[in-house]
Design a protein around this ligand. Structure first.
Ligand code: GRF
Length: 195
């Protein structure tokens, strides 16, 4: 039985596109049952609609507290029988109570080799720091931002002649490779037996 996943976005949704493409394969162990955006104009909503995936917009400005917003999220996830949540450029901090509900079942993608360059503009942080290598990470979401168990990382070397844009492009391409792989890893049953 394929797991029902929800993808939470705020913008472009290129990682959503990568997940849509991967989950379209018959042997992928999950399918996207819902896309939620906290922004009504997120381009990712169009990608979801084009793929025939149900979408919901939940705007934080309509709620008086983070907890009330998260309660609405939870209601939507339950209504769609969601089992795994994938954050993909979702620019909202989630309340500790909500994170706890999805412990071990909520993933995030971050454009650096965590634990380096946590937080906003991780590509810019790496670029300014002048490191030789950066990359991207898929990790489980815990209360502390960008700090949960790492599922998969891909390194990206900063090349002579790179600009911020060319570097960002290669990091995004790497993200699109590892997010579906990490999701598959999380869903793969551990090998049984051994002696
Ligand atoms: C990605 O770089 C991801 O690592 C970060 O936000 C960006 C989202 O891009 N969390 P997109 O909306 O998937 O194109």
């Amino acid at each position: 039985m394929k797991k029902h996943i929800a993808v939470l976005i705020s913008g472009n949704g290129s990682n959503l596109r990568a997940l849509i493409n991967a989950t379209a394969h018959a042997d992928f162990p999950a399918h996207i049952a819902l896309v939620i955006s906290n922004k009504a104009d997120a381009y990712g909503l169009k990608r979801a609609e084009a793929a025939g995936i149900p979408t919901i917009v939940i705007q934080h400005k309509d709620f008086t507290s983070r907890e009330a917003f998260d309660a609405r999220l939870q209601e939507a996830l339950l209504a769609h029988q969601i089992q795994i949540v994938c954050l993909a450029g979702f620019m909202r901090l989630l309340s500790p109570g909500f994170v706890k509900l999805w412990e071990g079942r909520m993933l995030n993608i971050h454009p650096s080799l965590l634990p380096a360059f946590k937080g906003l503009d991780a590509i810019g942080q790496a670029w300014k720091a002048g490191v030789k290598e950066t990359g991207c990470t898929v990790h489980l979401v815990t209360e502390e931002m960008d700090s949960g168990e790492i599922l998969l990382q891909e390194k990206v070397t900063i090349l002579p002649g790179d600009t911020y844009e060319t570097l960002a492009q290669r990091i995004h391409a790497a993200e699109h490779r590892i997010y579906p792989e990490a999701l598959k890893l999380l869903l793969s049953p551990p090998l049984e037996g051994g002696d």
